[in-house]
Design a protein around this ligand. Structure first.
Ligand code: C5P
Length: 401
C-alpha cells in the first residue's frame, strides 16, 4: 500500500509512454497520490488527459502554465515527492540530468528534489548501448540515482535487443519497495562479494563451485532497499542486478581481490559472501589441453584470501564473513572469525536441506566476536539478508554510542 505517499511520474517522449498509463493506474490502486509530469514530446504519444483521468490529479506539461496553487509547481512537487519515477526514461532526459541541465518541468523537478529518483530507460537498442548514454547512466548511478534494467525483446522499431521498458507490475513493485522500506541503513556504504570464482585451466575449462550468488545478491537487495549504497563484486552468476545496486563482474579470485582492494576504503561494511576458489592452476595452458595419458596432474597454487587480507586493513569497518561447512560447523566458523579478524561470521551447514548453495532459503547461525551465537530457523535468503544487516546495524550503533 502506498497510502499517504506522493509518487511523481515523469513521462518522456518514447513509444513506451503508453505502458506508463498502466504504471500510473497500478500506483493509484495502491492508493498513492500520483502526479504526472509529461515532457512536450511525451504529450505527442499519449494525451495528458489520459494520465489526468487515471491519476485524478492535474498533469503538468508546461513550466509556465498558470499555477493551480500559489506555490511554484516544480518546487512544490519536488519537495512533496516521496519518489520520482521517470518512465520511459529517454537518452535525452538521462543526458540532461547527468549534465545538470534543467530546461523543462521534469528536469527541473528532478534537479530540485531530494527524493529518490528511479529511471526506467526504454529506447532503441543502439541508442541504449551508445557509450555516451551508458556513461551518463554510470555517472548518475554513482550519484545514487536508481536505474531499473531494461528488458530484451522485440522493439517498436522492429529490431530485437536490449532497451524495452520492464513490465508495469515490475516497475510498480520496485517503486513500492523503495518507498515502503525502512531506511535504517541510509548513508551506509556496503561492499559485498558474491557468487563463485572461475579459475581457468585452459581456454575452455575452469575450476569453480556450486555458488549461485543468491545469498550475496539477497543481502545487497535488502541493504539497498534499506537505504544503503551498495556495490557487489560478483563472480559469474545468472541473477538480475538488484534495484539501485552497482555490480562489478569478475571471473577469477585475483580479479575479485583486486576489485575489492580498489574499493573497500570507500565502504563502511564489507560482507564477504563469495565462494572464492581457494586454489588456482599454477600454469594456465593457452591452448586447449588434449586427451593423452591416462592421468593428468594439474598443479594448484593458493589464491589470496580476500576476507583475511581485509581483516588486516579493515580499521573501523565492519567485516562479515560466511562459513559454509559440511562438518564441525561451530568450531570451523569460530576459527575463521578469529583468523580472518571478522566482526561477524555467518555459519551454515550446507548439507542441511534448504541451506547453502543454489536454494532460495538458508539456515544460518550468526556468531559474534564475544562468542554469542544467534540460531535461526530456515528462512528465505531475503530474510536472512535482513537478519544479517540487523546485526551489522547493532554493531555500528554500539560503536557509535
Ligand atoms: O576459509 P573459507 O573459504 O571457508 O572462508 C569463507 C569466508 O572467507 C567467506 O566469507 C568467503 O567469502 C571468504 N573468502 C575470501 N577469499 C578466499 C576464501 C574465502 O574472501 N580466498
Amino acid at each position: 500500500m502506498l497510502e499517504g505517499k506522493t509518487v511523481v511520474v515523469g513521462v518522456c517522449g518514447g513509444i513506451a509512454a503508453y505502458k506508463v498509463v498502466e504504471v500510473v493506474s497500478r500506483l493509484k490502486k495502491l492508493n498513492a497520490d500520483v502526479n504526472v509530469i509529461m515532457t512536450e514530446n511525451a504529450a505527442k504519444f499519449v494525451t495528458p488527459l489520459t494520465f489526468r483521468s487515471i491519476a485524478h490529479n492535474p498533469v503538468i506539461t508546461d513550466m509556465f502554465d498558470e499555477p493551480k496553487e500559489w506555490d511554484i509547481q516544480h518546487i512544490s512537487l519536488a519537495t512533496k515527492a516521496d519518489v520520482i519515477v521517470v518512465a520511459p526514461a529517454t537518452a535525452n532526459i538521462i543526458g540532461k540530468v547527468a549534465n545538470g541541465i534543467a530546461d523543462d518541468m521534469l528536469s527541473t523537478t528532478i534537479m530540485a528534489s531530494k527524493a529518490p529518483v528511479v529511471f526506467v530507460p526504454a529506447m532503441n537498442t543502439n541508442m541504449y548501448e551508445n557509450p555516451i548514454v551508458q556513461d551518463n547512466i554510470k555517472k548518475l548511478s554513482e550519484r545514487g540515482y536508481i536505474f531499473l534494467e531494461t528488458e530484451t525483446g522485440r522493439m517498436a522499431c522492429g529490431t530485437v535487443g536490449r532497451g524495452r521498458l520492464p513490465e508495469p507490475s515490475a516497475i510498480v513493485e520496485s517503486v513500492s519497495e523503495l518507498v515502503c522500506s525502512k531506511c535504517d541503513l541510509k548513508d551506509l556504504k556496503v561492499l559485498i562479494t558474491a557468487g563463485p570464482t572461475q579459475e581457468p585451466i585452459d581456454p575452455v575449462r575452469f575450476i569453480s563451485n556450486k555458488s549461485s550468488g543468491k545469498m550475496g545478491y539477497a543481502i545487497a537487495a535488502q541493504a539497498s532497499k534499506r537505504g544503503a549504497k551498495v556495490k557487489i563484486i560478483s563472480g559469474p552468476v545468472n541473477l538480475k542486478t538488484p534495484c539501485g545496486v552497482e555490480v562489478i563482474g569478475v571471473k577469477t579470485a585475483h580479479e575479485m581481490f583486486s576489485e575489492v582492494m580498489k574499493s573497500y576504503e570507500d565502504f563502511d561494511v564489507l560482507i564477504m559472501v563469495a565462494a572464492v576458489a581457494d586454489y588456482k592452476c599454477a600454469n594456465t595452458s593457452d591452448k586447449k589441453i588434449k586427451k593423452k595419458d591416462d592421468n593428468l596432474t594439474i598443479e594448484l597454487v593458493k589464491n589470496p584470501d580476500i576476507a583475511k587480507e581485509l581483516g588486516k586493513v579493515k580499521g573501523n569497518r565492519i567485516l562479515v564473513g560466511f562459513s559454509a561447512e559440511t562438518n564441525d560447523l561451530i568450531n570451523n566458523a569460530c576459527e575463521k572469525l578469529t583468523s580472518k579478524n571478522l566482526d561477524l561470521i555467518i555459519a551454515n551447514d550446507v548439507t542441511q536441506e534448504g541451506a547453502g548453495f543454489e536454494t532460495d532459503t538458508n539456515i544460518i547461525k550468526i556468531i559474534k566476536r564475544d562468542g554469542n551465537i544467534l540460531d535461526f530457523p530456515i528462512m528465505s535468503k531475503t530474510e536472512v539478508g535482513d537478519r544479517i544487516l540487523d546485526e551489522v546495524l547493532a554493531l555500528l550503533r554500539k560503536d557509535y554510542y
